[in-house]
Ligand binder design. Structure first.
Ligand SMILES: Nc1nc2c(ncn2[C@@H]2O[C@H](COP(=O)(O)OP(=O)(O)OP(=O)(O)O)[C@@H](O)[C@H]2O)c(=O)[nH]1
Ligand SMILES: [Mg+2]
Length: 330
């Protein structure tokens, strides 16, 4: 069985031309677990590196139902009207397990997905070495090379996905809804601390007053926290993804944050730190994986566990034994 394999140069040309079909194929290639595909994907990424880095990288998180997808669709359509090209990557922890809720997300962004200047893609979170964010990071770079000047990453604000998202984006936006306390919203303090911008969504109809009150509360709470970006006071805005109210103000705040990152040199610093943390994480994982693959490791680990449980050795001694057994096995 032979599959058609477009040359890397051909893929690169298609992506540079902004072709969404080629972009999809390239992202699929980068997501593949086959070593041969990975080689080509990395070759492609290197080739496209000079065309990456140019987008506004925006992360949007919030509890399920906060209105992230609705907000991205409304903001995305507004941005496209302003002449932008908008890519959306949806980090979905459920997609790996169940086939996921992606269909639902696509449906919710139906109007956006029909526009030529939009691209929407789910990002699986598991499988590859390099942390859960790896695939999203590579997809983001490919979208940039394809000329999308705004890339929005959506992540459900529960679990660890928002910390990983903060390592992918320049501006981290937290979406809240009025009328629910922090506990109810499942928002951990650590997430609020990451926010460069807080938006209280669903400020429409009977919720407007609640939304304003919630925004006041958060403005107050944020004063007690370390700023997510040094020298930047994270604004707390109200908006409605449904009516579009507050979206231009939201984008203005994102642009202001960007101007602050540019003027202070923090943009380069943030992206460099992100790359270095990724290098570190991928290296750690790769070393561990290659260690686990060596002959004798399983036996040595089992023996170490037994010896520790039986209190025959200390934990450092057990580790030394495993390391010794493994070097002998080479
Ligand atoms: N009234 C009102 N409803 C909204 C607004 N934004 C979203 N909703 C509704 O809230 C519900 C959830 O919206 P989604 O956009 O799917 O929320 P989400 O955060 O993407 O949800 P998950 O992807 O499941 O985590 C939908 O029924 C939306 O119609 C808003 O600004 N006002
Ligand atoms: Mg959603």
């Amino acid at each position: 069985m032979t599959r058609p394999r477009p040359a890397v140069a051909e893929l690169a040309a298609g992506i540079r031309a902004g072709d969404r079909g080629t972009l999809s194929r390239a992202i699929t290639l980068a997501e593949s677990r086959l070593a041969a595909d990975q080689d080509r994907a990395q070759e492609l990424l290197v080739e496209l590196l000079p065309q990456t880095g140019g987008a506004r990288r925006l992360g949007l998180t919030g509890v399920p139902g906060a209105g992230k997808s609705t907000m991205i669709e409304a903001l995305g359509m507004w941005l496209i009207e302003q002449g932008h090209r908008v890519a959306v990557l949806v980090i979905d922890p459920s997609s790996a397990r169940s086939g996921g809720s992606i269909l639902g997300d696509k449906t919710r962004m139906q109007r956006l997905s029909m526009l030529d200047d939009a691209y929407i893609r789910p990002s699986p979170t598991s499988g590859a070495l390099g942390g859960v964010g790896r695939r999203t990071r590579e997809a983001l770079m490919l979208c940039e090379a394809a000329g999308f000047d705004v890339v929005i990453v959506e992540s459900v604000g529960v679990g660890q996905s928002e910390a990983l998202m903060a390592d992918l984006v320049d501006c981290f936006c937290l979406l809240l809804v009025p009328g629910a306390g922090d506990e109810l919203q499942g928002i951990k303090r650590g997430i609020v601390e990451l926010a460069d911008l807080v938006v209280v969504n669903k400020a429409d109809g009977e919720h407007v007053a609640d939304a304003r009150r919630a925004a006041m509360d958060y403005r107050h709470a944020l004063r007690m926290l370390q700023p997510a970006t040094p020298g930047w006071k994270s604004p707390v805005l109200t908006a409605s993804a449904m009516t579009g109210d507050g979206l231009p103000e939201m984008w203005a705040a994102i642009e202001e944050h960007r101007a602050h990152l540019d003027a202070s040199g923090l943009l380069g610093e943030r992206r460099r730190d992100q790359q270095l943390r990724w290098l570190r994480a991928l290296l750690d994982e790769t070393v561990l994986a290659s260690f686990a693959d060596r002959p004798g490791v399983d036996d040595a680990l089992r023996a170490a566990r037994e010896a520790v449980v039986a209190a025959e050795v200390t934990v450092p001694q057990a580790v030394a034994r495993v390391m010794a057994a493994v070097s002998d096995g080479r």
